[in-house]
Design a protein around this ligand. Structure first.
Ligand code: HAM
Length: 430
């Protein structure tokens, strides 16, 4: 028909996550809660909306994120608001706002949630994407850098990721970076006219950003530029050496990558990424690093910090291709009934089983037994429970194991325990 209303579609670069995929998302999140709790992190939930100035100051006015990728709008009161493109700046804002530095010791916080960047969508790159991140505030100790990477690696192993590379670098502190930037600027002076227009501008405004230029023709030029790792001051060099030796002591493999300066301005000293070959072009699954000056940049007390964010969408692509973690989506029982009296008994049983935490399904519309058993099969129910006049009369219901085929007759009060036994069997074999 010509006058049909056009359906409304999701906004470009955003997507719906549906079952059964969401079961796997939940498994991954449950593992994050477990692993991070073992390392004594507490969850923080910050707003998705922040004042634009937070990211301009925190992430850096000259970065691609702030210059090109933010969803920024003027609120009715003409306040400039932004959908968060990342959460580290928000965590540090909250740390300052709630004076968490007064609690003494270090603060370990983690978050899971959506971020927004107006990038060109492609596989593994979305405008609304999700991150699982962790941040430690209040310690400059290189062993803290090592510990957070150790936690990350454990988490990746727990969700079944085996094939990845840890890339690591140091971007120094403001002191040694200033000296390096002079050297870099001099080197760029000679070559910048042959580079892309963005790099020509960056060479003036923020030369470090030249190093993460993705334009193919610029790559051989960038490879020959001086490396920050060769210009670290003694303290930064010592810090980096302690990080790498700590990783070695834990048998965590890494690759020193001198160009890894990361696309955000807040980094100091350690920077790292985790890439996975399984992902194609968008191969960075995790980005992280130290940000010892961020708290001060945001008006807080001097507070060193380090953290990482895992791109959850990309992580899930990798988890799916590794195929080790299985979604826990299964139905313990499908209840089949025949006749009105059986419906009442079936409804009661379903309610009792669900109250005990078992996943159970029932269709309230009458159906022929063959068809109902077909549904149980399609839903991959572990058991089918059959209730008809005969079962009501005997007070025992038929419980059929859908995999093995054997059938038992059980009193309603014994069914929950029987199903829980079946669940345990699945868990121990899976
Ligand atoms: P980031 O490198 O900008 O770092 O992002 C971290 C991860 O988020 C990336 O490695 C990638 O997996 C994922 N990601 C980024 N943009 C997209 C996108 N458009 N679509 C899908 N996934 C994406 C940060 O955000 C820092 N806050 C990390 C950090 C925490 N540094 C210190 N603490």
């Amino acid at each position: 028909m010509s006058n049909r209303t056009e359906p409304i579609r999701s906004v470009k670069g955003t997507r719906d996550l549906l079952p059964p995929d969401t079961h796997l998302w939940q498994r991954v999140e449950a593992e994050a809660h477990r692993v991070f709790a073992a390392y004594h992190y507490g969850e923080i939930r910050t707003p998705i909306l922040e004042e634009t100035a937070l990211f301009a100051r925190g992430v850096g006015a000259e970065t691609d994120i702030v210059m090109k990728e933010m969803f920024t709008f003027n609120d009715r009161g003409d306040e400039s608001l932004t959908l968060r493109p990342e959460a580290t700046a928000s965590v540090v804002r909250a740390y300052i706002e709630h004076s968490l530095y007064n609690l003494g010791g270090i603060q370990k916080l983690y978050y899971i949630g959506p971020m927004f960047r107006r990038e060109r969508p492609q596989k593994g790159r979305y405008r609304q994407f999700y991150q699982i991140g962790a941040e430690i505030l209040g310690s400059q100790n290189a062993l803290v850098d090592v510990e957070i990477i150790e936690m990350l690696v454990l988490f990746l192993r727990r969700v079944g990721i085996r094939e990845y590379q840890l890339l690591i670098n140091s971007v120094g502190c403001p002191k040694c970076r200033t000296e390096y930037l002079d050297v870099l600027r001099d080197a760029l002076e000679a070559v910048k006219s042959t580079m892309c227009v963005d790099c020509q501008r960056r060479a003036e405004t923020n030369p470090l950003r030249v190093l993460d230029c993705k334009v193919g023709a610029d790559q051989p030029i960038i490879d020959k530029l001086p490396k920050i790792i060769d210009h670290l001051d003694p303290e930064c060099r010592e810090h980096f050496a302690r990080v790498t030796s700590g990783l070695e002591a834990r048998s965590i493999e890494y690759q020193v990558t001198p160009r890894l300066v990361r696309g955000l301005d807040y980094y100091t000293r350690t920077t790292f990424e985790i890439t996975s070959g399984a992902l194609g072009a968008q191969n960075a699954v995790v980005g992280g690093g130290r940000y010892d000056g961020l708290s001060e940049m945001l008006g807080g007390p001097p507070t060193p910090g380090i953290g990482f964010s895992i791109g959850q969408d990309r992580l899930l692509l990798a988890v799916q291709s590794a195929g080790i973690l299985k979604p826990e989506a299964h139905l313990a029982a499908y209840v089949v009934w025949m006749g009105d009296a059986a419906l009442a008994a079936a409804s009661q049983l379903v309610r009792d089983l669900r109250a005990q935490g078992l996943s159970v399904e029932i269709d309230y519309d009458p159906a022929k037994i063959k068809k109902a058993m077909g549904v149980a099969n399609k839903l991959q129910a572990r058991f089918a429970i059959i209730i008809g006049d005969g079962e009501l009369a005997s007070g025992k219901y038929q419980v059929k194991d859908m995999a093995g085929g054997e059938q038992s007759e059980l009193e309603p009060s014994a069914i929950a325990e029987y199903l829980i036994g079946g669940e345990r069997e699945i868990r121990s074999s899976g």
